[in-house]
Design a protein around this ligand. Structure first.
Ligand code: FO1
Length: 304
C-alpha cells in the first residue's frame, strides 16, 4: 500500500498520476484545515478536489470545483444579499448538500467521505486527517481570518503575521490514519502548501509521531522550485513562520518526519544542504504541466 498526504490542487495532480502508474492500494490522507461552513453547508475543499480528481469530475483548468459547472444558484442568491465570494457551482453544491445531510445524521467525516467516495465510484481510500474540526487561521493586521477568507475573499493580499491551527487541545487522527502510515510500503507527502495543507495534518501529534516512527519510508515532493512555490501563497506563508522559501527551508521544516525529498533538477545545488539535515535529496523534473508530467513524476515518486 502507498499512503499519500495531500492538500488540494497540486496534490490532485500527483494523486491522479499515481492512480495511473501504481497497481497497489492507495490511501490518501486529506488536509481538513481549510474546511469551512458557508450557507449552512460543510465544505471540505481539499477532500472535494481529490474526490473530483479521482472520479474524473474535476475542473482541471481551475484546479477545483466540477468541470462544466454553472453558477446560477450563487448569482441568484447574491441578489438577495448572500455572500458570493466563495464560488460554489451548481453541480458542486450537490456534494456539499449531500455531505452536510449525512453529517447531520450523526456520521463522522470519515464515514461520510467513504460513502461519497463509493457513490463517485472511487476505488482508492480517501481519509480525512481528523474527524475533528481543526481550522487554519491566518493572523493579519486586519485580524484573524479563515484561510479561505485570506486566500479567496482577500486574494492572499493582507500581510501575514502568523498562522495558527484552531481546534481541540489534543486533536485526534481519524480512524485508520495512523495504521495507513504505519503499514504503508512508502508514504508520500504531496507538493502541497507546507503551512496550510501539510502542517494542519502533521500538527496532529498522533500523525506526526507515526510519520517520525517510519521516517525512512516517508518521501516529500518539494512544493518549492528555484526559490518560488510551484503555485499559491506558500512563499508568503513560509516567510511568516520564519522558514526560507527553498527546498532546504521545506526540508528543514519536515526533517523530523521525512527520510527523502524529491526536488527539481534545477535545484541540484541544494542536495548537499538537504543531506546535512539528515534527509536524502533526489532530483527530477517536478513540474506537472500536463497528464504526461503527472505520470512521469508519479512514476519517479512510486519507485524511490
Ligand atoms: N478557490 C478559489 O480560488 N476561488 C473560489 O471561489 C473557490 C471556491 C471553491 C469551492 C469549492 C471547493 O471545493 C474549492 C474552492 N476553491 C476556490 C478552492 C480552495 O479555496 C483552495 O484550492 C483550497 O482550499 C486550498 O487547498
Amino acid at each position: 500500500m502507498l499512503t499519500v498526504l495531500a492538500g488540494g490542487t497540486g496534490s490532485a495532480k500527483l494523486v491522479r498520476g499515481l492512480t495511473h502508474v501504481v497497481s497497489e492500494d492507495l490511501t490518501v490522507i486529506m488536509n481538513v484545515g481549510d474546511n469551512i461552513s458557508l450557507h449552512g453547508l460543510y465544505i471540505c475543499p481539499d477532500i472535494d478536489t481529490i474526490l473530483y480528481a479521482l472520479s474524473g469530475l474535476l475542473d482541471t483548468s481551475r484546479g477545483w470545483g466540477v468541470k462544466d459547472d454553472t453558477f446560477h444558484f450563487l448569482e441568484q442568491a447574491s441578489r438577495y444579499g448572500v455572500e458570493d465570494w466563495f464560488r460554489l457551482g451548481d453541480k458542486d453544491l450537490a456534494l456539499h448538500i449531500a455531505r452536510t445531510k449525512l453529517l447531520k445524521t450523526g456520521l463522522t467525516l470519515t464515514e461520510v467521505t467513504k460513502i461519497l467516495g463509493e457513490k463517485m465510484k472511487i476505488s482508492h481510500r480517501v481519509l480525512p486527517a481528523s474527524d475533528q474540526h481543526i481550522e487554519t487561521r491566518i493572523k493579519t493586521p486586519k485580524g484573524e481570518l479563515h484561510l479561505q477568507e485570506f486566500w479567496v475573499k482577500l486574494k492572499g493580499e493582507p500581510e501575514v503575521l502568523g498562522v495558527t491551527y484552531q481546534g481541540p487541545e489534543h486533536p485526534q487522527p481519524a480512524p485508520g490514519v495512523v495504521e495507513a502510515i504505519r503499514d504503508a510500503r512508502n508514504i508520500v507527502i504531496c507538493p502541497a502548501n507546507p503551512v496550510t495543507s501539510i502542517a494542519p495534518i502533521t500538527y496532529i501529534s498522533g500523525i506526526r509521531d507515526a510519520l517520525a516512527s517510519v521516517r525512512e519510508r516517508v518521501v516529500a515532493v518539494s512544493p518549492v522550485l528555484g526559490g518560488r512555490p510551484v503555485s499559491g501563497p506558500a512563499g508568503k506563508l513560509l516567510r511568516s513562520i520564519g522558514v526560507e522559501v527553498s527546498p532546504i527551508g521545506v526540508a528543514e521544516l519536515y526533517s523530523g518526519f521525512i527520510g527523502k525529498m524529491i526536488i527539481d533538477e534545477s535545484d541540484e545545488v541544494m542536495v548537499d544542504g538537504i543531506g546535512r539535515l539528515g534527509v536524502e535529496a533526489l532530483t527530477t523534473d517536478i513540474l506537472m504541466e500536463d497528464k504526461k508530467g503527472e505520470q512521469r513524476l508519479a512514476e519517479f515518486v512510486a519507485n524511490v
